[in-house]
Ligand binder design. Sequence first.
Ligand code: MG
Length: 159
Amino acid sequence: MDIRIGHGYDVHALAEGLRLVLCGVEVPHTKGCVAHSDGDVAIHAICDALLGALALGDIGKLFPDSDPKYKGIDSTKLLKEVVNVVRDNGFDISNMDCTIAMQRPKLRPYIDTMRERLAEVLGIAADRVSVKATTTERLGFEGREEGASATAVVLLIKA
Ligand code: MG
């Protein structure tokens, strides 16, 4: 059996007055991620995990932020393209687990909606999609609410 594991990590600065979009879901908050795209830090980590599993580089290689066509883009579209790359390489996604680190807001009320949204884009059942959120106990840039980070791991199985 050919199985591959992939890991992804992403960070974005937070700024007042921007939309906060995580796992394809808009979360009401006073701050959002500064980015060329919609700044969905969780989806960016998931894209990197999927690409990493197949040693295909990272999201910046596939979708350069110098390219105006990705300005403000909905990151679920980027994820969909990455999922297609995975399929084209003959792999199925077994499961995905990600963790978002930010001090505020509380993400728990949005977690199940995020899992369902991601399951739809990944083309797998929601019970194979895990989204977790943590604060960093006010430590570091996440704790100071200067930024948000996300990590993700995926397991791929040769179809
Ligand atoms: Mg990013």
